[in-house]
Design a protein around this ligand. Structure first.
Ligand SMILES: NC(=O)C1=CN([C@@H]2O[C@H](COP(=O)(O)OP(=O)(O)OC[C@H]3O[C@@H](n4cnc5c(N)ncnc54)[C@H](O)[C@@H]3O)[C@@H](O)[C@H]2O)C=CC1
Ligand SMILES: O=C1O[C@H](COP(=O)(O)O)[C@@H](O)[C@H](O)[C@H]1O
Length: 262
């Protein structure tokens, strides 16, 4: 594809996981409110395609969106304990401004970084910790209603609903990726929940590449690796997006050592 892909929150963990693996795959346009040091920018990206801007700045977002084919929208406050004023501004208002600019610019696809915390309240006292274990059959598959864990989760569920609105009224293709727990090199250590929703860096990059390449209308998918322990189904991501993850937290000890090296 000739048109750029806009990546917001490019300097963060998810952004760097993506750029670290598929940094040469697209004509990237990168946006972050923090200046990006050189080591965070792939060599192929021209400095004029790097925008230091806040996603709540309508003019800046409009400029960055010009001629863009697809958006991977990661920028926001990622803290589960984030206060309302921050998620309202960064996650809800910022996402609405991103969508408004995207439809005005005629963007075709919009991938939104949603979260496990949009549905964290399904992890009830009765179900946990059993549901985090590989023998357990409980699965969320994206058809369930949101049940947020916290106000951050409320902001992510709201971002998903903004996508529903902009898809239905402006025909932009939307995929909400409920990301699990992204860690580099090994799954979260000594943390059953985290190991059940581990997303490795390379699977993360592959999943968002699928979001740029696949054809879809409106989707909610889970973003986890192919873990034996799981309470999220990745069937929808496989079927609609062609997601084919390679990592599995079962290939590591509970303490995070690769089993083939123990
Ligand atoms: N890391 C994880 O395991 C998970 C992440 N997510 C979501 O993925 C997205 C990225 O998360 P991380 O990379 O972990 O966070 P991060 O904090 O490492 O990166 C976020 C980036 O967005 C930028 N940013 C924040 N607010 C902004 C604004 N108003 N305007 C412009 N830039 C802004 C920050 O400067 C930062 O570089 C977030 O939306 C988060 O909610 C969801 C589930 C799990
Ligand atoms: O949405 C997010 O989820 C992950 C995992 O949540 P946790 O409660 O198990 O830590 C979190 O690490 C990340 O910061 C957040 O954005």
């Amino acid at each position: 594809m000739d048109q750029p892909v806009l990546l917001t929150g490019a300097g963060g963990r998810v952004g760097q996981a993506i750029l670290g693996h598929i940094g040469d795959a697209y004509d990237w346009r990168l946006l972050d409110r923090e200046p990006l040091p050189d080591e965070k920018i792939p060599d192929s990206v021209d400095p004029t395609d790097v925008y230091v801007a806040d996603i709540t700045d309508e003019t800046a977002v409009k400029n960055a969106m010009e001629g863009v084919y697809a958006v991977i929208h990661l920028a926001g406050d990622p803290r589960p304990e984030a206060p309302w004023n921050s998620v309202l501004r960064n996650n809800i208002d910022g996402t609405q401004k991103m969508y408004e600019a995207a439809v005005e610019a005629g963007v075709e696809k919009f991938a939104f970084a949603s979260s496990n915390h949009a549905v964290g309240a399904y992890e009830t006292e009765e179900r946990t910790p059993d549901m985090y274990r590989s023998h357990h059959e409980f699965r969320l598959d994206g058809t369930e209603l949101p049940r947020p864990s916290n106000l951050y989760g409320v902001s992510k569920a709201t971002g998903e609903t903004l996508g529903r609105y902009y898809h239905d009224h402006h025909d932009i293709s939307v995929v909400n990726v409920r990301i699990g727990n992204l860690t580099q090199h090994h799954p979260p250590k000594e943390y059953e929940r985290g190991q059940a929703m581990w997303l490795s860096y390379r699977d993360c990059a592959h999943l968002f590449e699928c979001c740029v390449e696949a054809d879809y209308d409106f989707e909610i998918v889970y973003g986890i690796s192919n873990n034996d322990r799981k309470y999220y189904s990745i069937d929808r991501a496989r079927d609609v997006l062609g997601y084919d993850p390679v990592d599995n937290s079962a290939e590591y000890t509970f303490e995070g050592e690769p089993l083939d090296e123990v």
